[in-house]
Design a protein around this ligand. Structure first.
Ligand SMILES: [Zn+2]
Ligand SMILES: [Zn+2]
Length: 340
């Protein structure tokens, strides 16, 4: 496909889409676009996460009697399935687009591939090995731990378990709102770990990957990973059901890859391509202090002035914000020196 019909490439070879990013249309009064937005909301990403959830529900989760007692047996089983699932899901994107490079740099935001650029910030100087090991040794074990704890709470009646027969409408609304819950949870924690020392100690690990690839998605400090997956535990507090909690978790875990695909579209045939929805979070990896949330289902970035839609105007607004922040920091420094 000709990616220049959809965007522009700069002198260095980095590609950017022509169309600015947009938050959900009901926030901007574009009510005529809600139908189209709704289709994109459901298909394909959330449909895939729903299918993954159904697979876990029917084929992976042990009997509820077994889950009444914490034990290594079912914990390790869940770890094996989680690790296998991520290996296949993230691994196949990595394999076709980063190892085989089946579409070269077409629709690729950053023209470089991480494997071609060794760096000292990574374990073994390799972004891929570093990101891969952190995923399987740190993030997936923490994901599994939170999953085991939440299921154990449901199995023992420590959380409200609404039956789908009598509460189908509320549960359907909750499933529909799961991406919105994700966006609020992720924005708040993510913004927090961008502040001062928290960034240095915790979140810088994830941001070492300025040019992310699928394995970067779960490359996190343990504190960040624990926060990230704890999103599932909202369903222990609100009246819900373990199936909805599992949907929240699988869309968080399998969905983490979305922002780190690195390509705007994944070509399926010569004429057809799938939108990746990766640009919002790609801009976050590029500029750090913009787009703390997601695609704008709940547009917190817009409300707090940190939204970057990829346009020159957004670039100017961002630079102005950074300049003011620097001025404030300098003024504080000057005041401290004067007080000494
Ligand atoms: Zn990221
Ligand atoms: Zn960040």
């Amino acid at each position: 496909m000709d990616d220049l019909k959809f965007g522009t490439r700069d002198k260095r070879g980095n590609w950017a889409p022509n169309k600015p990013l947009e938050v959900a249309p009901f926030w901007t009064g574009k009510f005529g676009e809600i139908g189209k937005w709704l289709v994109g909301y459901i298909w394909p990403h959330n449909t895939i996460f729903m299918l993954v959830t159904l697979a876990y529900w029917y084929f992976v989760l042990p009997e509820w009697d077994t889950m009444k007692t914490m034990s290594w047996g079912w914990g390790l089983w869940l770890y094996a399935v989680n690790a296998g699932g991520i290996f296949l899901f993230y691994g196949s994107i990595e394999f076709f687009y980063y190892i085989k490079r089946k579409q070269g740099t077409r629709f690729k935001y950053n023209h470089k591939f991480p494997a071609d650029n060794p760096s000292d910030v990574f374990w073994f100087k390799s972004q891929n090995i570093d990101n891969f090991l952190r995923t399987f040794l740190i993030s997936i074990p923490l994901w599994t731990l939170i999953e085991v704890f939440t299921l154990w709470c449901f199995a023992n009646g420590y959380a409200l378990w609404l039956s789908p027969e009598s509460h189908w409408l509320w549960l359907a609304i909750l499933i529909f709102l799961a991406p919105a819950i994700h966006e609020v949870h992720f924005f708040c924690g993510h913004w927090l770990i961008h502040q001062g020392a928290l960034y240095k100690w915790i979140h810088s690990v994830h941001h070492n990957s300025i040019n992310p690839s699928p394995w970067s998605s779960m490359s996190m400090h343990p504190v960040e990973a624990a926060f990230f997956f704890s999103e599932m535990m909202w369903h222990l507090l609100i009246p819900s059901n373990p199936f909805v909690a599992m949907f929240q978790l699988t869309s968080t875990a399998y969905g983490a890859v979305v922002g780190h695909i690195g390509f705007d579209k994944l070509e399926l045939t010569d004429e057809r391509a799938m939108d990746s929805h990766a640009y919002t979070h790609y801009l976050h990896h590029k500029y750090f202090e913009v787009n703390y949330g997601g695609d704008g289902v709940i547009p917190l970035d817009k409300w707090f002035g940190t939204w970057h839609d990829g346009t020159k105007e957004a670039d100017e607004r961002m630079k102005e914000r950074f300049r003011k922040k620097k001025e404030r920091a300098n003024a504080r420094k000057a005041a401290n020196t004067a007080a000494e």
